[in-house]
Design a protein. Structure first.
Length: 70
């Protein structure tokens, strides 16, 4: 299988628009697998980044007592 990559605008319709140059690359018959990747919501990305940064911070001084346990 050979990948064909393109971007399209989602319009809330039950069909995706294929650009003409992409359509021209498709064989007249046969099977194809379709994978749709959508961009993340910017707010979700900011939340994920902040969560990760908080997770990666050093432990508080109160938690240092657990460092002594094997």
């Amino acid at each position: 299988m050979s990948p064909i990559q393109f971007e399209t605008e989602l319009r809330g319709e039950p069909a995706l628009v294929l650009p003409p140059e992409v359509f021209a690359q498709l064989p007249k018959s046969g099977r194809a697998k379709v994978l749709v990747l959508v961009e993340d919501d910017p707010e979700d990305e900011a939340w994920r980044r902040a969560s990760y940064e908080q997770f990666m911070k050093d432990d508080s001084p109160e938690d240092a007592v657990y460092d002594a346990y094997p």
